[in-house]
Design a protein around this ligand. Structure first.
Ligand code: ATP
Ligand code: MG
Length: 468
């Protein structure tokens, strides 16, 4: 049991589920390019924002520091110049900026040997120059500075000429780098414009790739599809030219082959006619009958080959046509040809279903399938199913009640002239071109036909798909 289970597990192992990143990674070229560009744009914008914010914080700091220094100087001058009895009143009148607190005390706020403020504060407030700047009689007798708890705060104690201390507590308000509505609006407009431009440019630049893919798809269905315009940027024009050249070569190649087939078929007719004349002179009755039968078969094959070559060469235009009506016509014609089988022909499906197709070619394909079902299965039941969703194919099945086809031959019968042994008799005998022609025509429409034995029952099921 476990041995039997092993190979199945081993086979399942390499099929790993794609990771989250892989699933998020877009499948289209446009999606990938847009994602990479938008990622780059986000990085650049983030770096720009950071530079702007740092610059703004620096500037805010400088302005705040200048304002605090200026006011401190005003307070100091008032304290020095005002007589002691009016000092308190005068100092109370001075308006102080946010982050500065002043008091006049007997004792200094900063004890000797207190840890100094951090260097950036010393630089910002030029603390090292306070005790030495200005006229001598105006300078503090002593100036002490100390760090306070937060990194942007410090304390200062300046000694007045009469021995009192002017104590200062400075605390820079927190920076507000985003406090500008115009900047934020401008930034949003800039970002949205860049995103819109990126998406538009990516769509435009990848358009030629989509056009090329569509043209390749069209060429697969119809070798005579119109060429691509050889305009646009140099690379695109070159690719379009190369594609058109390739399409032209394929057309010529297919045309040459078809012509050769037609020529061989045509030229074989004359020797066959001659052989038939000679056979008439054969003595042995039995041999003559067999020879003539073989020649008839050869002639039938050549006629079918010529018809095949002719069809292929005829470039019938593709038009909207009612597939339901076409199915009914094919069945009616089959019933006319074989009245005895009329009640074993049936159609099930919608009353109308429009598809884009070449009417004569599609009719031949369906007639071949219906003909086979009648020849080998004694019945032909058509079931037409409209597409389940937009973009899904139309399904048409042809079922019969015959012996079916052995599984190994289900694909082989699509080879030209491939006939199964059981059907190699005169009554049901054809050339072996019905199925290859049908598949050729359906594939040229962007569809296909496959054969299956009906599960659990006798009979074959031919399943046709066509683009909806
Ligand atoms: N519905 C069917 N049931 C059983 N066998 C089938 C059926 N359809 C086709 N076959 C087998 O596939 C072979 C190939 O079919 P195909 O239509 O290509 O050629 P054909 O019918 O023999 O000749 P032609 O259609 O050119 O007159 C047939 O000879 C037959 O043996
Ligand atoms: Mg056939």
């Amino acid at each position: 049991m476990s041995e039997a289970a092993l190979p199945a597990e081993a086979a399942a192992a390499p099929e790993r589920r794609p990771g989250l990143l892989r699933r998020l990674w877009p499948r289209s070229l446009a999606g990938r390019t847009a994602l990479v560009l938008l990622f780059g744009l986000t990085l650049v914008q983030a770096a720009g924002l950071l530079i702007h914010a740092l610059d703004r914080v620096d500037l805010q700091r400088l302005i705040q520091a200048r304002e605090i220094s200026g006011r401190t100087f005003a307070v100091w001058r008032t304290a020095v110049l005002t007589p002691p009895d009016r000092r308190a009143a005068m100092l109370a009148d001075i308006e102080l900026p946010q982050g500065l607190a002043v008091s006049l005390d007997e004792a200094p706020l900063v004890p000797p040997g207190a840890p100094p403020p951090p260097p950036h504060i010393v630089r910002l407030f030029r603390l090292d120059q306070i005790a030495t700047a200005g006229p001598r009689h105006f300078r503090p007798r002593e100036a002490r500075f100390a760090a306070l708890g937060p990194p942007d705060a410090f304390a200062a104690a300046l000694r007045l000429p009469d021995g009192l201390w002017l104590n200062l507590r400075v605390h820079l308000p927190p920076p507000r780098p985003w406090h500008s509505e115009t900047f934020l609006a401008a930034f949003a407009v800039m970002t949205l414009t860049a995103v819109a431009l990126t998406l538009w440019a990516v769509r435009r630049l990848t358009q030629p790739v989509r056009a090329l893919a569509a043209a390749a798809e069209r060429l697969g269905r119809d070798v005579n599809a119109p060429p691509l315009p050889e305009t646009g940027p140099a690379e695109v024009a070159t690719a379009s030219r190369a594609f058109n050249t390739m399409a032209e070569r394929i057309r010529r190649f297919v045309g040459d082959r078809t012509q050769m087939l037609a020529a061989i078929g045509h030229d074989l007719r004359t020797p066959i006619t001659r052989l038939r004349l000679r056979a008439e002179f054969m003595e042995d009755e039995e041999q003559r009958r067999k020879m003539l039968a073989d020649l008839d078969e050869m002639e039938a094959m050549i006629t079918a080959t010529l018809a095949f070559a002719r069809d292929d060469a005829a470039a019938e235009p593709s038009v909207p046509l009612d597939l339901a009506a076409l199915c009914r016509t094919v069945l009616d014609e089959a019933a006319d040809a074989r009245p005895e089988a009329a009640e074993r022909l049936a159609y099930a499906g919608p009353g109308h279903l429009t598809v884009q197709a070449r009417p004569t070619a599609l009719k031949r394909a369906l007639a071949n399938l219906v003909g086979n079902a009648l020849d080998y299965g004694g019945a032909a039941r058509l079931t037409l199913t409209p597409p389940e969703a937009p973009g899904r194919p139309v399904r048409l099945t042809v079922e019969d009640d015959g012996p079916g086809i052995p599984p190994f031959a289900l694909e082989a019968v699509f080879q030209p002239f491939h006939r199964l042994e059981a059907s190699r008799n005169r009554e049901t005998g054809g050339a072996g071109l019905g199925l290859p022609i049908a598949r050729n025509i359906l594939r040229a429409h962007g569809g296909d036909v496959v054969l299956r034995n009906r599960p659990g029952r006798a009979g074959l099921l031919a399943e046709v798909t066509l683009p909806g």
